[in-house]
Design a protein around this ligand. Structure first.
Ligand code: FAD
Ligand code: NAD
Length: 468
């Protein structure tokens, strides 16, 4: 079969690209090595982690805030197998949705490992060992990423686990060590801390979620310690872990070079992810991956050094986020169809689904300082928001950074209730190059959390926030 486009990998990059290609009239096929479509995001990433975050948040609220709301519950307990079963059902609904969309858009799919024979021929090796070749005018590599392994700390999937195994623990552990105070460590650490596990986070750097605006990590650490009793070992470099059978011992070195030992039921290794290219046989078409992170190099049009072979999502440079992969999938499909699409990489929002949620877009204060940009700050705390008081979600703040001379918004950073949804307003405003005063003068419904963004914008405009 001769295709216009063959896509290797069915994660948010690959499946979205396939649908857009089909919409544009291109004969399209997807090769996926797993039984279900959707990649990391739908099967072992965004969707299952958010399902467990929602379930654990319900339990935590029932156990800790319902009484204050005037709701008394007795004999509250966690049914972990049911929680995992519901999560699996949510995953199944989502992956089945992709099967439906492929059929609807007349996209052919092949189950098996895709590898390059040459730049237009892809070999599919099926689970029974048989092979089939298909040809394509264009190929899109969307093979994603896998958890980064620490060479001195092999994952045994029993006591020393990655995010994938952490999504399937069928009892509430008493104790857990999370290696890495990044997004995965804090989201999955929150799931278990909410269910009653004593969670200790060991982070090499001095701050959590270190790539985001520094104020966010500081506030998140304070709140997670206060509300969930999480412990933080900041500036500690993990040096090893030993599986003792029923427990695991993690060793780390603090800033003074002293050894620290932590014992727990499980240890989650969440120290980043590495681009996944195993089995692609890239050498057959002369593509070399980068030494650091194994990323496939691409040009501004997401085309590799081989004309007609594109790469998108986690397997190339940039944020390892589902929505970035999706936008790149659309970009490549439209490029192949002869259009001139555009992605504004400066405006890809980042979200951490802890509670409070953390969300960010544009430049951080640290980046503005480094560039020497003169900026104004407007900040508004949720403790001054009527909506946040009503729901007892008063931790956190919104911070608006605007150009000192022009008032153009340069970055918006927030930690607070529903920040994940609120950041969309910031992205739209910045895409249209709004000034802080634009947001300050737009009517926001009352009472909503989004008023905090308006107030922060007012504070940035002329220090004219009303409620602080
Ligand atoms: P992937 O989703 O990794 O998909 C790649 C696919 O390619 C896989 O299905 C794989 O089996 C297949 N494949 C690989 N090699 C071959 C081959 N040779 N032949 C055939 N098939 C192949 N991002 C967010 O934006 N929001 C979140 O809330 C979020 N939460 C996350 C939570 C966790 C626990 C994890 C681990 C990640 C999370 N992410 C989140 C990140 C997100 O999952 C990734 O950024 C996203 O999945 C990348 O999409 P992709 O299409 O590039 O690759
Ligand atoms: P991360 O890069 O966010 O965090 C890893 C952390 O581990 C870093 O802070 C790093 O300093 C620390 N670390 C590294 N080596 C260490 C050591 N030896 N000892 C102690 N700490 C060490 O990576 P992650 O949390 O694994 O997430 C991987 C990717 O998945 C991220 O790029 C993220 O974008 C994506 N993801 C996104 C979401 C979301 O959007 N909500 C959720 C989960 C994952």
């Amino acid at each position: 079969m001769q295709y216009d486009v063959v896509i290797i990998g069915s994660g948010p990059g690959g499946y979205v690209s396939a649908i857009r290609c089909a919409q544009l009239g291109l004969k399209t096929a997807v090769i996926e090595k797993y039984k279900t479509f959707g990649g990391t995001c739908l099967n072992v990433g965004c969707i299952p982690s958010k399902a467990l975050l929602d379930s654990s948040e319900h339990y935590h609220n029932a156990a800790h805030t319902f009484t204050t709301h005037g709701i008394d519950l007795q004999n509250l307990s966690v049914n972990m197998p049911q929680m995992i079963a519901r999560k699996n059902d949510v995953v199944a609904q989502n992956t089945a949705g992709i099967t439906y969309l492929f059929k609807k858009n007349k996209i052919d799919s092949f189950e098996g490992l895709g590898s390059f024979v040459d730049k237009n021929t892809i070999k599919i090796t099926k689970t029974d060992g048989t092979t089939e070749n298909i040809t394509a005018k264009n190929v899109v590599i969307a093979t994603g990423s896998k958890p980064t392994a620490l060479p001195f700390l092999p994952v045994d999937k029993q006591r020393i686990i990655t995010s994938t195994e952490a999504l399937n623990i069928t009892e509430v552990p008493k104790t857990m060590v999370v290696i890495g105070g990044g997004v995965i460590g804090l989201e999955l650490g929150s799931v278990y801390a909410r269910l009653g596990t004593k969670v200790s986070v060991v982070e090499f750097l001095p701050s959590l979620i270190a790539t985001m605006d520094a104020g966010l990590g500081k506030e998140l650490q304070r709140v997670l310690k206060k509300s969930l009793g999480m412990e933080f070992y900041m500036g500690h470099k993990v040096t090893g872990a030993t599986n003792n059978g029923e427990t695991v011992t993690v060793t780390a070195q603090n800033a003074k070079g002293e050894d620290v030992k932590l014992e727990a039921d499980y240890c989650i290794v969440a120290v980043g992810r590495t681009a996944y290219t195993a089995g692609l046989e890239l050498e057959n078409i002369g593509i070399k991956t980068e030494e650091r992170g194994n990323k496939i190099p691409v040009n501004a049009h997401l085309e590799t050094s081989v004309p007609g072979v594109y790469a998108i999502g986690d397997v190339i440079t940039g944020a390892m986020l589902a929505h970035k992969a999706e936008d790149e999938g659309v970009y490549v499909a439209e490029t192949i169809a002869g259009q001139k699409p555009h992605i504004n990489y400066n405006l890809i929002p980042g979200v951490v689904y802890t509670w409070p949620e953390v969300a960010s877009v544009g430049a951080t204060e640290e980046q503005l300082k480094e560039k020497g940009t003169k900026y104004k700050i407007g900040s508004f705390p949720f403790k001054a928001s009527g909506r946040a008081k009503a729901s007892m979600d008063t931790d956190g703040f919104v911070k608006v950074l605007a150009d000192e001379a022009t008032d153009e918004i340069l970055g918006i950073h927030m930690i607070g209730p529903r920040a994940a949804d609120m950041i969309a307003e910031a992205v739209v405003a910045m895409e249209y190059r709004a000034s802080a005063e634009d947001i300050a003068r737009i009517c926001h419904a009352h009472p909503t959390y989004t008023e905090a963004l308006k107030e922060a914008a007012m504070a940035a405009t002329a220090n004219r926030a009303i409620h602080i």
